[in-house]
Design a binder for this molecule. Structure first.
Ligand SMILES: O=C(O)C(=O)C[C@]1(C(=O)O)C=C[C@@H](O)C=C1
Length: 274
């Protein structure tokens, strides 16, 4: 099994990809420098892609949700891992800080204390690489697990705004016509998108009432702009249960009478991270 994920090596995505990989018999990892490129590797260059979907502080990782609207992809698994950062520098007074765009939002208190420009990177390991190449006084926000063998002139440990910081990752493959039936004893979650193709007053409340009437418990609801017009949004929804459950099927049948629905997959619910 070829698994695509965000690189270079050292990202939290790599940790998540290895954890998914361990559940398979055999796997190889391929690193891509941006999240959009990771998903583009499907299906020619990879069988599975592992990408972050939500951080407990920053919320959803929008480039990932937005790709689901554009391409037929299927979520087949999720897991959550603890995320801890350090600030490392080659000088006690850095003049710039390299930080991945999602990591930046998770460490805003610490970054705010340094009144210097933040240089956004595509991954946390790219932030570390750029610091190592820098000849000027600079710093980088890097995963704690990458500190190991490196030596830095200045280090601040545990700089996340919230002590309990974690990110949820999903394993994604190219969508198939058929899907797996639920296995007994497994708690499932289903992800779907309601596409705003016929905007009308009360669109969201109508759909929410349908879920409530069928007692389908939603665990996530995010609106993403369609990019067409202000006021038009697609809704990314996660709910408890499998797409074959009677309640979910009945709810989606009703919702589909008004708007297009894309079911992105049913997969075992992740255990909480330690
Ligand atoms: O750069 C990494 O280490 C990643 O795996 C990406 C990513 C993300 O985009 O959410 C993963 C976990 C953290 O939330 C910060 C960065």
């Amino acid at each position: 099994m070829r698994i695509a994920t965000l690189g270079p090596a050292g990202t939290f995505s790599e940790l998540a990809a290895c954890e998914f990989g361990r559940q398979l018999n055999d796997y190889t990892l391929a690193f891509y420098p941006a999240l959009a490129r990771v998903l583009k590797a499907l299906p020619q260059d990879a069988d599975l892609a592992v990408v972050p979907i939500e951080n407990i502080v920053e919320g959803v990782v929008s480039p990932v949700i937005d790709t689901f609207v554009k391409r037929p992809l299927e979520i087949v698994g999720e897991l959550s891992i603890p995320v801890r950062f350090s600030l490392v520098a080659n000088h006690a007074q850095p003049e710039k800080i390299y930080a991945q765009f999602v990591a930046q939002g998770q460490c805003s208190d610490c970054l705010g204390r340094y009144n210097v420009p933040i240089m956004n990177t595509a991954s946390n390991s790219e932030a570390l690489q750029l610091l190592q190449q820098s000849r000027e006084p600079a710093a980088a926000v890097v995963p704690e697990h990458c500190l190991g063998e490196h030596h830095f002139a200045h280090v601040e440990h545990d700089i996340t705004d919230y002590a309990h910081n974690e990110t949820r990752f999903v394993a994604v493959r190219e969508a198939r016509d058929e899907h797996e039936a639920p296995k007994t004893g497994v708690n499932y979650k289903t992800s779907l998108l309601i596409i705003d193709d016929t905007d009308h007053p009360g669109l969201l409340v109508e759909h929410l009432q349908v879920f409530a009437a069928y007692r389908v418990n939603l665990t996530s609801l995010v609106s993403r702009p369609t990019g067409q017009k202000f006021g038009q949004y697609h809704f990314y929804i996660e709910c408890e249960g499998h797409r074959d459950d009677t309640a979910i099927r009945a709810a989606l049948t009703l919702i589909q009478l008004r708007n297009k629905v894309m079911v992105l997959g049913s997969y075992p619910t992740a255990a909480p991270s330690e």
